[in-house]
Design a protein around this ligand. Structure first.
Ligand code: ZN
Length: 163
């Protein structure tokens, strides 16, 4: 998604509305692949007297990833607001700033950053997902109060205390 800012540059201080969609590549986050639908983006942009472009607006999309509990497909609505300045002829390799050249502001880096920032930490297929329920059929039933895993160690400690 690109903004043509030629008119804005000739009218500094004047706000111009924009809207569109931005595709976002799949993201690998902590080893999980998160797929993000095309992002709906809208807002306004405005040039200042030195030719920098202030862009503000909001984005909305849906992200898809395996449920953190049961691995079924889960999805989450992703929304975020942004306000950023694009520096005219700034270094495009500098990760700390947004930059543009000529009359075209590319929105891809901004939209991707703000969408990834708003991703949920855990995806759940539903709020009360019980997760994987695995029971070992051969496991002996544990009777509370009668049996505990460190019984042998406890016995040994008791013996040592008696010495
Ligand atoms: Zn689940």
């Amino acid at each position: 998604m690109e903004l043509d800012v030629s008119t804005a540059l000739s009218q500094p201080g004047q706000e111009f509305p924009f809207s569109g969609t931005q595709a976002i590549a799949d993201q690998e986050i902590y080893g999980t692949i998160v797929k993000i639908d095309d992002c709906e983006v809208s807002g306004t942009f405005m040039a200042d007297d030195s030719g920098n472009i202030n862009v503000k607006g909001q984005l909305r999309t849906t992200a898809h990833a395996p449920c953190a509990n049961c691995l079924k497909e889960a999805s989450a609505v992703v929304e975020n607001d942004f306000v950023e300045d694009f520096q005219r002829n700034g270094d495009p390799e500098d990760d700390e700033i947004f930059a543009y050249e000529g009359h075209t502001v590319s929105m891809s880096k901004l939209v991707m950053s703000y969408a990834v920032m708003a991703l949920p930490i855990r995806f759940l297929c539903r709020e009360d997902c019980p997760g994987l329920t695995y029971k070992d059929p051969d496991a002996a039933p544990v009777e509370t109060g009668k049996q505990y895993p460190f019984a042998g160690l406890r016995q040994l400690l008791d013996q040592m205390e008696e010495v």
